[in-house]
Design a protein around this ligand. Structure first.
Ligand code: HH2
Length: 277
């Protein structure tokens, strides 16, 4: 696997798992919608997550929760994102933007974003070129269907093999366009067109994704599968989220996308202490 992730001017070591702190600049995200819609609130929250030890910040301006219908235009996404990107321009960590739209990618990269997190794996026409033209990192995520309908009938013959084949194809498409392997991360997309059993199967076999040669990002934070296991609503899934993040790290994940940075960092410190003895 690559030793570092290149995000613009940043070089992140992949020797230990990185923590990506989530800031959703949306009215409707499933766990923090409406809390950080005001630019000042989003900027303050990002600073707090950096203080707690976030290695990257992921800014999202369109919810992809199950059942979400994409009603957010590129203009609206940028109206939400740009003031936050400007306010965080001097942040000491890379700023990732969670978007599927090439025009949002281009504008965000011009405004200082150094990573694109695309739940659609750069499948929109022009998306690969938008990232290739910059020196930013990219996360390519697997999703079956679209957020509006993805949880209706998720179906696979072999979920691990199918997700892996998809990600291999997307890594190749990115590389063919000139995006170096050091700029790429992959993500099996927990909860995106997957049942609880599919998510667990992917988590059990996460290490198999290492053969693709790029770091694996895992996003379990507060997700409904954790609600299915614990019976807890989204606001009460901290313990379950930390447990899932830790299992992902033990199974090879190099980037953990989480809302609760401090708690995840503490859990990772315990794992590091065990592994270093
Ligand atoms: N999950 C969400 C959004 N973006 N990106 C990647 N790479 N991996 C994920 O698992 C992932 C993601 C959903 O979580 P959240 O941002 O909290 O909610 P919403 O989509 O409702 O804004």
């Amino acid at each position: 696997m690559t030793a570092q992730l290149y995000c613009g001017r940043f070089r992140l070591s992949l020797e230990r798992p990185l923590v990506m702190g989530v800031v959703n600049v949306t009215p409707d995200s499933f766990s923090d919608g409406g809390r950080f819609l005001e630019p000042a609130a989003a900027i303050a929250h990002a600073h707090r997550l950096i203080e707690e030890g976030a290695d990257l910040i992921d800014l999202g301006a369109e919810s992809s929760r199950p059942g979400a219908v994409a009603l957010v235009t590129a203009e609206e996404e940028l109206r939400r994102l740009l003031p936050v990107l400007r306010g965080l321009r001097d942040a000491p960590v890379p700023l990732s933007v969670d978007t599927i739209k090439p025009e949002v990618m281009r504008a965000a990269l011009a405004e200082g974003a150094t990573m694109i997190n695309d739940i659609n794996a750069l499948r929109a026409p022009g998306a690969v070129a938008a990232v290739a033209a910059a020196d930013a990192a990219v996360c390519l995520m697997h999703m079956q269907g679209t957020p509006g309908t993805m949880q209706q009938h998720p179906s696979y013959a072999d979920v691990v093999a199918e997700v892996k084949a998809f990600l291999l194809e997307r890594v190749r498409a990115a590389r063919d366009a000139g995006i170096a392997l050091e700029r790429i991360a992959i993500d099996p997309g927990f909860g995106f067109g997957k049942t609880l059993e599919h998510n667990l199967e992917l988590l059990r076999h996460l290490r198999e994704f290492e053969v693709l040669g790029v770091p694996v990002l895992a996003g379990w934070s507060r997700k409904s599968s954790l609600g299915q296991i614990t019976g807890r609503p989204a606001g009460e899934r901290l313990a379950a989220s930390v447990a899932a993040a830790l299992i992902a790290a033990q199974n090879g994940a190099r980037i953990l996308r989480v809302h609760d940075v401090a708690a995840t960092r503490e859990a990772l410190a315990v794992l590091a202490a065990v592994e270093n003895t």
